[in-house]
Design a binder for this molecule. Structure first.
Ligand code: 3PG
Length: 306
């Protein structure tokens, strides 16, 4: 029987796992579950005899790919696939896919939730500030950015966006001001949400110079990847700008340093939480299972990224 491995260090909600199981059962595929595994070695050992893998942020490196002997497809149940070694997969003619947009609403809601949490001082009883009337800059107008724009407008924020890959008209049709130059987005908006993938162009691209142009009350919101932030620049902006605040899913590598000096001006999730809702797990998990069935049964390669 063709085997599908669900390898999730951070498990999906039970309802999503049940849905994946049902799709596999109906298609005559055997689902093997490897949840909350303790080490990459355990993952490596589990790929033997596996045809398809579903992962989340789990690292699928060359060692894991090379340990596979029947693997044809890896689906990242989510948006970012920077956790998968695409070159190693392509070298073995293994198809890699993601499930774009499926967890976007959950991520957008978390971005807003973190802004409100920080603005209300962690709900500690002290007086905070509101979002209404403030400017929200959306850096990266994809699935998440689009939803964030709707929520921001619902909260009475003025919404701006920058995305060189999205037509200006599509942004403006949403009632959002399009900024062609990323610097103008940061210069105008007190709140900037970063929704861009982590790749060689974007890593360390959010730096001191960009952040320092933000107006008084600057708040950076990162539900993307910690690697896109230049951490030396982050430390510098915290030092030079007492008004600067940062919320992120998840914590930067220099968290301990930030804790010592700037406590109260940031919030970091303990674990990547953006897509951690029953709805997002179900949307992304089921999409991944369906894409695997489509590929195995019909050779469908929609959403292939390599
Ligand atoms: C994504 O890229 O889709 C998000 O970062 C979600 O990651 P997760 O599946 O590990 O929660």
């Amino acid at each position: 029987m063709t085997k599908v491995l669900l390898a999730t260090d951070k498990p999906f909600a039970p309802v999503a796992v049940a849905g994946i199981q049902e799709i596999c059962d109906k298609a005559g595929l055997e689902l093997v579950k490897l949840e909350k595994y303790k080490s990459p070695e355990e993952f490596k050992a589990a790929v033997k005899g596996i045809t398809a893998i579903i992962v989340r942020s789990d690292i699928v490196d060359k060692a894991i790919i090379d340990a596979s002997d029947a693997l044809r497809i890896i689906v990242r149940a989510g948006a970012g696939y920077d956790n998968i070694d695409l070159a190693a997969a392509s070298a073995k003619k293994i198809v890699v896919m993601n499930t774009p947009g499926q967890n976007a609403n959950a991520v957008a809601e978390l971005a807003v939730g973190m802004m409100i949490y920080l603005n209300r001082n962690g709900f500690n009883g002290t007086s905070g500030i509101e979002l209404r009337g403030k400017k929200l800059g959306i850096h990266g107008y994809g699935h998440i950015g689009k939803i964030l724009a709707q929520i921001g407008k619902g909260l009475g924020m003025k919404v701006y966006a920058h995305d060189p890959f999205v037509d200006k008209v599509l942004i403006e049709n949403d009632g959002v001001v399009c900024e062609a130059d990323v610097k103008d987005l940061y210069r105008k908006c007190q709140y900037v949400s970063v929704n861009i993938p982590a790749n060689s162009q974007t890593k360390n691209s959010i730096n001191f110079d960009l952040l320092n142009t933000m107006p008084e009350g600057a708040t950076l919101v990162n539900t993307a990847r910690k690697e896109i932030i230049d951490e030396a620049g982050l430390l510098n902006i915290f030092e030079k700008r007492p008004d600067f605040r940062y919320v992120s899913d998840v914590a930067p590598d220099n968290t301990e340093q930030l804790k010592k000096m700037f406590d109260g001006r940031f919030f970091f999730t303990p674990k990547k939480m953006g897509a951690q809702t029953a709805e997002a797990n179900t949307n992304a998990g089921l999409a991944a299972a369906r894409q695997i069935v489509g590929f195995i049964k019909d050779g469908d390669t929609t959403f292939k990224v390599n």
